[in-house]
Design a protein around this ligand. Structure first.
Ligand SMILES: [Zn+2]
Length: 275
C-alpha cells in the first residue's frame, strides 16, 4: 500500500502566520517499507519494521515532532533508531525529538551532535538488523564533512545519500570551502555501493545511474574550470563561460552554477593544481 500524507491542508495554511506556512512536510513512499520524510527541501529516511522505525537524519525539532504525530498514519511503531548521515545542523538538529531512540553516528562525528550524544559510534561499515530489514552504514570519507554515512536498506536496495550528490541536482553553492577532489572521492565511494534506488537528502528520488551522472557533472565542472584557469582566465570570466549546458535541466542550475564554478576554482587554486 502506498500513501502520501500532506502536512497542512491548504485552507489551514492560509490561516497560519507568515513563516509557519512555508514549511511543507510529507511522508513519501520510496520502495517497500522505505519512505522519505520531506521537510521543505530536506529529506529524512524512514525504514518501517514491526520492531520499530529507523530514521536517518532528524533535520530539526519541529520536523521530529511532526513525524511523531504523523507516523501512526503508516505504522503503529515509534522511531527506535536515529542515525546521523553527518553532523551539519540543517540535517542533524532536533534529535531530541526521539528520546527513546538508539542514536547512531560515525566515530568521527562530534561528541555532541547539535546537543545529542550518540549511543553507538560506528566505524567505516556497520550493519543494523531490525524487523527483517538490513541497514548497512558505509562511511564515504571526507569532502563534504568528514564523517559522511550512507545508509543502504535491504531488501529494498535503497541508498540514502546526503549532500554528497542528489539526482539531477547541482551540488550546494560553492562547496562550502571543501576539498572538491575529496568530495568527488565521496561520490566514488557511494558508486562502489550495491544499490538500485537513490534516495537523496535533497530533491527527488532517482536511481543509481543518477549517481554516475552526478559524478560526471563534477568531472565536467572540474575540467572546464581547470582549463580556463590554466589559460589565465579570471574566475569572473569562467562564471560566464562555463555554462555546463548538458546540465541545464537540473535542479539549482540557475541558482548555483556560478557558485559551483567559483567553489571549484577556489579549490583548484588552493590545492595548487592551476600551475
Ligand atoms: Zn551537509
Amino acid at each position: 500500500m502506498t500513501r502520501l500524507i500532506t502536512a497542512i491542508p491548504a485552507l489551514l495554511a492560509l490561516a497560519l502566520p507568515a513563516g509557519a506556512q512555508e514549511v511543507q512536510r510529507s511522508i513519501e513512499p520510496v520502495a517497500g517499507d522505505v519512505y522519505l520524510m520531506r521537510n521543505n527541501f530536506h529529506n529524512s529516511l524512514l525504514v518501517v519494521t514491526d520492531e520499530g522505525v529507523v530514521r536517518v537524519d532528524p533535520i530539526n525539532a519541529d520536523a521530529g515532532a511532526w513525524l511523531n504525530d504523523t507516523l501512526p498514519t503508516i505504522t503503529d511503531q515509534p522511531v527506535t533508531h536515529l542515525i546521523y548521515s553527518h553532523s551539519h545542523g540543517d540535517h542533524g538538529s532536533g534529535g531530541e525529538a526521539h528520546p527513546g531512540a538508539m542514536v547512531i553516528a560515525h566515530e568521527d562525528a562530534p561528541d555532541s551532535i547539535n546537543g545529542v550524544t550518540a549511543d553507538l559510534r560506528v566505524g567505516d561499515t556497520h550493519v543494523l538488523e531490525l524487523g527483517g530489514k538490513t541497514i548497512e552504514l558505509h562511511n564515504l570519507g571526507s569532502g563534504h564533512d568528514n564523517h559522511m554515512l550512507a545508509a543502504v536498506v535491504r531488501p529494498e536496495n535503497v541508498a540514502f545519500i546526503v549532500d554528497v550528490a542528489a539526482p539531477r541536482r547541482l551540488p550546494f553553492q560553492d562547496f562550502g570551502g571543501a576539498n572538491v577532489d575529496d568530495w568527488i572521492g565521496q561520490i566514488e565511494a557511494a558508486q562502489a555501493l550495491d544499490f538500485e534506488i537513490f534516495a537523496p537528502g535533497h530533491g527527488a528520488v532517482g536511481n543509481k545511474s543518477d549517481l554516475d551522472d552526478a559524478h560526471q557533472y563534477m568531472l565536467d565542472l572540474k575540467s572546464a574550470v581547470l582549463a580556463g584557469l590554466q589559460a589565465g582566465k579570471s574566475v569572473e570570466a569562467l562564471k560566464a563561460e562555463v555554462t555546463l549546458d548538458a546540465y541545464m535541466g537540473w535542479g539549482q542550475y540557475e541558482a548555483w552554477r556560478e557558485l559551483n564554478v567559483e567553489g571549484m576554482a577556489r579549490h583548484l587554486q588552493e590545492s595548487g593544481q592551476v600551475n
